[in-house]
Design a protein around this ligand. Structure first.
Ligand code: SAH
Ligand code: SF4
Length: 335
């Protein structure tokens, strides 16, 4: 039960009050409880005992072109815990919000700024939703909307799955945020049983992104500790189950690390691995992270890697890094 539901029950209010609240909060995108004018002034003022948002904005930073805006928040329940949310305003009109599901991350991938922090907090459903509402309100002033949400900020969605699923329920509920599942992407380092659970729980129209980053088990183990616990064989068994159930293409994230996984042989091996699978490869040139030893490959190398995949009919794209100049690009999120 949400806090507002509890509040209404405690105040013996009829159920339609909740619908009025949801409409104002998620759809009209009110900026304070004072704007909840369908409620009496008295009831509204009592509601002020609840925080309007679970997040406190610390600051925003944007790129000179204003196409990427990063918001730094602290949690109202724990002001020490800080995390980031990024809005990417694409030329084609899409407004994508990249949200965090944790402060820090326990998975510890070698190339990732968030992973270097360890896990500080798992976010609540409200803390996930309030990240999106912040930018939804911001865009409303410009008569624009959030068109896409990607769970690709700080943290590992599959290790906070109940909360992530509850947040998706709010996003896809037509009486709340009302987005289509197809506009949502969940990115995971690859936890096989949680991937299966996610499908079984009925989240079968979302986009699934797998952070693969290596074409074989041995190399993957070197850069992603999770591969030591779950072999690629187990991971692909879960991914194949997903594809079988949902009949949807899976995105594979592949960070190109100079001299580590960017050679021709890696591209060829990746093509063999994904041959006959419904797959799209997102090549991500590594974004430098302070204190991490990796380097970005040359542009030529990136293009060559992509070409090897293309020659073998593996659908792929090179991710245009937005926000690198403000440390808002993937893997640079460390408050
Ligand atoms: N934990 C999830 C989602 C958050 S990470 C996951 O790992 O998928 C989001 C994406 O950023 C992942 O694909 C991740 O591998 C990538 N990433 C992490 N560090 C990066 C870096 N330094 N440069 C580029 N991408 C990075
Ligand atoms: Fe966690 Fe994803 Fe970073 Fe790995 S890449 S440490 S799973 S946030």
């Amino acid at each position: 039960m949400s806090d507002v539901q509890k509040f209404l029950a405690e105040n013996n209010q009829p159920e339609y009050r909740l619908q009025q609240f949801n409409h104002a909060y998620y759809q009209q995108l009110i900026t304070s409880f004072d704007e909840l004018t369908t409620w009496s002034k008295d009831l509204r003022s009592k509601l002020q005992q609840l925080p309007f948002s679970s997040l406190k904005l610390i600051k925003t930073i944007s790129t000179p072109k204003k196409d990427t805006i990063k918001a730094l928040f602290s949690l109202v329940r724990n002001p020490q815990a800080k995390m980031e949310t990024v809005l990417m305003r694409h030329d084609d009109g899409r407004n994508t919000v990249c949200i965090s599901c944790m402060v820090g991350c326990p998975v510890g991938c070698a190339f990732c700024a968030t992973g270097q922090m360890g896990l500080k907090e798992k976010l609540t459903t409200q803390e996930i939703i309030d990240q999106i509402l912040y930018f939804a309100r911001w865009l409303k002033d410009k008569e624009e909307k959030v068109s896409n949400v990607v769970y690709m900020g700080m943290g590992e969605p599959m290790l906070n799955l109940d909360v992530v699923e509850e947040s998706i329920d709010i996003l896809i509920n037509p009486k709340k945020v009302g987005m289509s599942q197809r506009r949502l992407t969940v990115s995971t380092a690859g936890f096989p049983s949680q991937i299966r659970q996610f499908v079984d729980d009925g989240y079968d129209q979302l986009n699934l992104a797998i952070s693969l980053h290596a074409p074989n088990q041995e190399l993957r183990k070197k850069i992603m500790p999770i591969a030591k616990t779950f072999s690629m064989k187990k991971l692909f068994a879960a991914i194949d189950y997903y594809v079988q159930q949902c009949n949807k293409r899976v995105s594979y994230e592949y960070i190109l690390l100079k001299g580590v996984n960017d050679q021709d042989k890696h591209a060829r091996e990746l093509a063999i691995l994904l041959r006959n699978r419904l797959a799209h490869v997102n090549l991500i040139p590594y974004n430098p992270v302070l204190g991490v030893k990796y380097e970005k490959p040359s542009k030529k190398k990136v293009l060559r890697f992509a070409q090897i995949l293309t020659d073998r009919s593996i659908s792929n794209s090179i991710r245009v890094t937005m926000g690198a100049e403000i440390d808002a690009a993937c893997g640079q999120l460390a408050a």
